[in-house]
Write a protein of this length. Structure first.
Length: 132
């Protein structure tokens, strides 16, 4: 029992920055992101696959869970660990199914997929452009 107490009181040396992991994933897949401002498409994906949906008005980013899990696996990060920590940090706010192409005419026939929903930190420039 003492060993468990020592383990629990130990500070983790390698703190994982989940916000950066999400950012790196989005940077790596920037050509597969659909960006919407309300009902208006502001940027269409240029890749063959749609991996992420970013909604400016709601400040949410929805990422295909299967692709994000592959990315976490490549970094040797447990999916369970990621979900727990990201929810605790307030980064991950939705886990469920959603049609990533909703509101985009070119993707009207796609089925809902399992997604992670992240509260996005939108840059001030983007918010100012949307407000004008």
């Amino acid at each position: 029992i003492e060993m468990i107490a020592i383990r629990d009181d130990t500070i983790r040396v390698n703190h994982t920055d989940y916000k950066s992991i999400r950012g790196d994933f989005l940077n790596n897949h920037h050509s597969a992101i659909l960006i919407l401002d309300g009902d208006r498409v502001t940027s269409e994906p240029r890749a063959n696959a749609l991996i992420c949906r970013a909604e400016i008005k709601t400040g949410m980013q929805y990422v295909a869970k299967s692709e994000f899990k592959k990315y976490l696996n490549s970094l040797q990060i447990s999916t369970r660990e990621f979900e727990f920590a990201a929810k605790k940090e307030g980064l991950l706010t939705f886990v469920g199914k959603q049609r990533l192409s909703k509101g985009w005419k070119a993707g009207m026939n796609t089925a809902p997929v399992a997604v992670y929903g992240f509260k996005a930190d939108l840059p001030d420039e983007l918010l100012k452009d949307g407000a004008e």
